[in-house]
Every structure is written in structure tokens, then in C-alpha cells.
Design a protein around this ligand. Structure first.
Ligand SMILES: Cc1ncc(COP(=O)(O)O)c(C=O)c1O
Length: 440
């Protein structure tokens, strides 16, 4: 077979191939170079060749949530015999599983974060350092209590809180830091906690993507004074909707609980039993029951997801200019959720992200020129009426870079050896043609 785009013979010599693809310079292993050589002889789907990905209905490969008979039966049981008992049961199982002293189930992660900001009991005008590269819920509820975000950059390869950038943004009003463990990758909490301690800052965590991730054998969500989890349907522990707040201190727990649970006011807040404080954020017992069942399978599922993702990434990351969302620390135990985030270094790859994405999409790979909404660029943060004082709108080059080079793949939620093989072949094929793709 001939490569349609060139008039070269279909079987170039091994040496000529390695030279032409830059495989040797890029340190490709012989095995992957040989696979890429096979891929080279195939015409790109973009040019009318066969698609590399042919597995039917690959959408099933990233199906989520995964519920079965047990969940169905539990829901039927609750309809027949309605009860609130799953909420207390979930809280007790959560404390035991994660080894935390206090936790409160909330109707979603946003409610857990809102209650956390209330629990802080900080004077209006207090500032909290937080990445702009996050979902609105990590930031916007601050304003309900006169708190003000200080936007911090992310490291473009971890997509997590950049401590060095935070150091430059400290003000006299900064009172807390709030890292997010983006799509299951733990932030470097040991370094963040050390710096926060030195500066007298409170550490909070948005662990809404990281149920069961660890650093130094310590769970995300349990490093800070308070942490929040989401059980929304796409999350690593899905209950369709739901959330959990984790508290190291009893008074934070009492205050966060009193905020949205008129019937659970205790400690200093016992006097508000019956009146509550004006909102009701109790978790739905059906969601609590789903969360209990999903908690039972969380750890093996996380481990299977890591294994599955490694089987693809360890192969394709040998291609020049292709990177993944990570950092190099053996004491970090991540999980995957939602997407398998890759990045393309255009110089090293010899082609633009746009060219690679277009060619990969034509091969049947589910990827995109990914851009995530940066909160600091939204109108809300520049309008004085919503804030105690206006947040500073900074330049965040790491966050911009993340949006320039990210190229996500779906997170395969079950074992998919055939699809992994086909995705790997698609990448190897596209990379084998990168010289030509780089010229267009
Ligand atoms: C980083 C982050 N924090 C908080 C939340 C809020 O969680 P929920 O959707 O359960 O309110 C989300 C939800 O997507 C999120 O991605």
C-alpha cells in the first residue's frame, strides 16, 4: 500500500523511517517505533484512508455512572418505605472509610462549599486564594458571606494550584487557600500546607473530583481544615446529585451543619433548632443510598481506571510532544475522572494541536481543542455590586497555556483492550504523518 500523500514506497527502510519521523531523536522505543512504522503505511482517514477506530458504539466505553441491580433494588425499596436513614448511614460510613472526625452530607457539592464558606466565619473582605481554572461553585458562593477570591494560576501540566504564583498574590486580607484536585490529580498539599502554616492561612480543599486520591498516603479532602466533595452524576462517586463536607474541627462541623440543616443544630448553634438559618441543603436520601453503594466499589473502580488509562498512556506518551496531566512524585496516588487529559507540545510534535486533533478526529478518536472556562474572565467578577470589594483580575499565563495545549481523551470506565489498541494505533498513525500534517 502506498501513502497517498507521498510517492514514497509503502515500505520505507527502518533507518529511513526512523529518520523521517524523528523517532530516534525523540527517544521512541524500538517497539513503538516499529508500531509507528506499521501505522505509517496506512493513509490517514483525513486523506480517505481507513479509520483506526472502528469499535462500534464506543460511547459505552465511557458510560457513567455505572449502576446495577443493587442500586435499582435500593431505590425501589426507598420508594416503598421512604426514610431518611441513608443520610446518617452514609455519614458514618464516610467517616470510617476516610478516617475523618466529622462530615456532613449536603444536597450537592456547591452546597458543601457554600456551607464551608459560612463555617469559616471570617470578617467581610477576607480573601481566599483559589484557581480561576475551576467550576463556579469553588468561588462564587464566597460572595454570599462577603468573601473575595484571589485568583491564582495553575501549573499548565497539572491543572492544579500553582503555589509559586500564590506566593506572589498574598495580601494583608488573605485568610485562606482553596486548591482544587483537578480531575482526580491531588494538589501538592504538603507544600501548600507548609506555606499556609508559615503565613497563618487556613487550608481548604475542593475535592469534588478526587474521592479516594491520596498524597503521602493521606486522602485528598482530609489535608485541609475543611474539604468538599461532589456526588453529581459525572463524578468519581456518583449519586446523580449530592455532596459531602469534611471537617477536622467540631465547631466548623456544627456551623456548616446549622447553615443548611434546621433540624441538626448542635453545639454553639443548638439555639437555632426550629428556626434554622434560612436555607435547607439536606441531601436526598435516595442520593445518600446511591452514594453508600458507590462508596463500596470506589477503591477498586479507581484502581481499575488507573490501570486502564495507563495501558493507553504508557504507550502513546512515547510519541514526541505528547504529554499527560501529571507530576512526578511516587507518593502521589491519583484517580481518573471524566477525561484522560493530554497535552501537545506543538514544537516537539512538529504539528499544531489543531492539525493533530483534526487528524485524530478523522481516525475516530474522541478528542478536541479543549478550552475550559476561566472564572476570572467572566463578567461577575468585574461587577462591584456582587462583592465586598472587587476581585483583582490578573493575567494567568498557566491557565491560558492549559487552554492552548489540552487535548482530552475520554476516560474509559471499563476494560477496553480493543479500543485502547485502536486509539493507540490512531495516535501512532497520525504521528507517523506529522511531518506532512505540520506543513499544512
Ligand atoms: C471543581 C468542582 N467543584 C465543585 C463542584 C460542584 O459540585 P456540584 O455539581 O455537586 O454542586 C463541581 C461540579 O462539577 C466541580 O467540578
Amino acid at each position: 500500500m502506498q501513502d497517498k500523500a507521498s510517492s514514497k514506497p509503502s515500505k520505507p527502510t527502518r533507518r529511513a523511517f526512523l529518520k523521517s519521523t524523528g523517532a530516534v531523536a525523540a527517544g521512541l522505543s524500538l517497539a513503538s517505533a516499529s508500531r509507528a512504522q506499521d501505522a505509517k503505511v496506512e493513509t490517514l482517514a483525513l486523506d480517505g484512508g481507513p479509520k483506526a477506530v472502528t469499535v462500534p458504539s464506543p460511547g459505552k466505553a465511557w458510560q457513567w455512572p455505572l449502576y446495577g441491580k443493587e442500586e435499582e433494588e435500593a431505590m425501589v425499596q426507598l420508594v416503598r418505605d421512604p426514610s431518611y436513614t441513608p443520610i446518617d448511614a452514609l455519614e458514618s460510613e464516610w467517616r470510617k472509610h476516610f478516617g475523618v472526625p466529622h462530615c456532613k452530607a449536603h444536597c450537592n457539592g456547591t452546597a458543601a462549599l457554600t456551607s464551608m464558606f459560612f463555617a469559616l466565619d471570617l470578617p467581610p473582605g477576607s480573601e481566599i486564594m483559589v484557581p480561576s481554572y475551576t467550576f463556579f461553585a469553588t468561588i462564587v458562593p464566597m460572595r454570599l458571606f462577603g468573601l473575595v477570591p484571589v485568583f491564582v494560576d495553575i501549573n499548565p501540566q497539572t491543572l492544579n494550584f500553582d503555589l509559586e504564583d500564590a506566593k506572589k498574590r498574598l495580601t494583608k486580607d488573605t485568610k485562606a487557600v482553596l486548591p482544587v484536585h483537578w480531575i482526580g490529580l491531588p494538589s501538592e498539599m504538603d507544600n501548600i500546607c507548609d506555606w499556609a502554616k508559615e503565613k497563618g492561612l487556613i487550608v481548604l480543599e475542593d475535592a469534588c473530583h478526587a474521592h479516594g486520591a491520596k498524597l503521602k498516603d493521606k486522602y485528598t479532602g482530609s489535608w485541609g481544615r475543611m474539604g468538599a466533595f461532589s456526588f453529581q452524576g459525572s463524578k468519581p462517586l456518583p449519586a446523580i446529585e449530592g455532596g459531602m463536607g469534611v471537617y477536622q474541627e467540631k465547631n466548623d462541623f456544627d456551623r456548616a451543619t446549622a447553615y443548611g440543616n434546621y433540624d441538626r443544630c448542635a453545639g454553639e448553634y443548638a439555639q437555632y433548632a426550629g428556626s434554622g438559618l434560612g436555607v435547607k441543603l439536606r441531601m436526598h436520601p435516595m442520593a445518600a443510598q446511591l452514594a453508600r453503594l458507590q462508596l463500596k466499589v470506589l477503591e477498586p473502580r479507581n484502581a481499575a481506571g488507573v490501570k486502564q488509562t495507563r495501558s493507553l498512556n504508557d504507550r502513546i506518551l512515547q510519541l514526541p510532544g505528547l504529554l499527560e496531566q501529571t507530576y512526578n512524585r511516587p507518593d502521589m496516588q491519583r484517580l481518573y475522572y471524566s477525561s484522560n487529559m493530554l497535552f501537545i507540545d506543538e514544537k516537539k510534535a512538529g504539528m499544531t494541536r489543531e492539525a493533530a486533533v483534526k487528524a485524530l478526529q478523522a481516525e475516530g478518536v474522541n478528542t478536541s481543542n479543549h478550552g475550559y472556562t476561566l472564572q476570572h474572565k467572566l463578567p461577575l467578577y468585574s461587577q462591584a455590586q456582587w462583592w465586598h470589594h472587587l476581585p483583582v483580575i490578573p493575567e494567568l499565563p498557566g491557565s491560558d497555556k492549559a487552554n492552548q495545549w489540552a487535548m482530552p481523551l475520554p476516560y474509559f470506565t471499563s476494560e477496553q483492550p480493543e479500543l485502547v489498541e485502536q486509539y493507540a494505533k490512531a495516535f501512532e498513525k497520525v504521528w507517523a504523518h506529522r511531518e506532512k500534517l505540520g506543513k499544512v
